[in-house]
Design a protein around this ligand. Sequence first.
Ligand SMILES: Cc1ncc(COP(=O)(O)O)c(C=O)c1O
Length: 387
Amino acid sequence: MGIRVAPRMRGVAESGTVRMGNLERELRARGVQVISFALGEPDFDTPAHIKEAAAEALRSGFTHYTASRGIPELRAAIAEKSARENGIPCTPDEVLVTPAKLGIYEAMMAFVGEGDEVIVPDPGWVSYGPMVGLAGGRPVNVRLREEDDFRMTPELVAMAVSPRTRMIIVNSPSNPTGTVMTGADFRGIADIARDRDLLVLSDEIYEKLVYDGRHISIASLDGMQERTITSSGFSKSYAMTGWRVGWLVAPKALMGPIDTIQQHSLTCCTSFAQKGALAALKGPQDCVTRMFEEFRRRRDYIVGRLNSSGLFECRRPSGAFYAFPRYHLKRPSLELAERLLSEAHVGLTPGSAFGAGGEGYLRISYANSMENLGKGMDAIEQAMGRF
Ligand SMILES: Cc1ncc(COP(=O)(O)O)c(C=O)c1O
């Protein structure tokens, strides 16, 4: 006996994004000026009216537990938004207020069991695979192709489905590729999910950052709401990553087990942060539009710079705030990212952090000022010219 790490931790590796973040912090602590293209968060401050609503909640003593599913007025506002913007008509009882990341984890813990297979995009967000593993399941990677614009096509999903499949994860707009999936993609995946009686977890955290095309929620398609758990939140659209507030929308039958996990883990989201989140939904939306416009401007700039450098090939991502260029050098992406950090002092994320399908690519988060984007690209070009 004695102290040992639980067997479920086997094979769950440190997150590649966290590793690069730590290296970046170490360099900064030594006094080096680092330009970061690694962060998965808006560089903007949370809009003032949102901060004021939370501050007012604090001042007025709104500092205690709330209902596990969240304060009623926020759940009502999320339900109303889901119906209006996402085509998912739902009641407040079908909404759980929870940090987006935790909500996804709770959904896996509730519905993925030993040996169950979950279909995940590759390259895809770093936490899907480990979360499936922690729940006892097995992630089945769908290798996305650059020639398909990294869309998770129904054909690729059909090839990955087996009798053990329980859940399909879709993420549009995507981290790390910025890809926005099409209506045909979603209709084809919905057909597979209905035919095989599968759950779909739709991660829509970047839903407000779609520059070309439009955002589609798979739960809005015929017969899909009953089998879809939709995850989204405030982090990326309202520059509220540190607030740890987001939500899940799911039919009552699915929400019950998820809420039970929330009751025995988080209890509830931070009370005053929920008041700030309510102000985000109810208040003026011009802050969202301003950030959106600025991100689009930066996307166009960074994609132009990458493609004119002669060092990279980069599709124009339609959403989120990531570019995912392929580089021409024959080096592993981790080695390249580490060298760019130590020699050019630019932090970015190796594509391999997002799965084997990300090897040969780098993820550049353009949630940084135009000035820094320019300086960072200059430094990358100079350094890579030497490598
Ligand atoms: C694809 C994706 N899903 C979920 C999350 C989690 O969001 P939050 O920080 O709001 O929990 C992130 C954050 O980086 C993400 O990129």
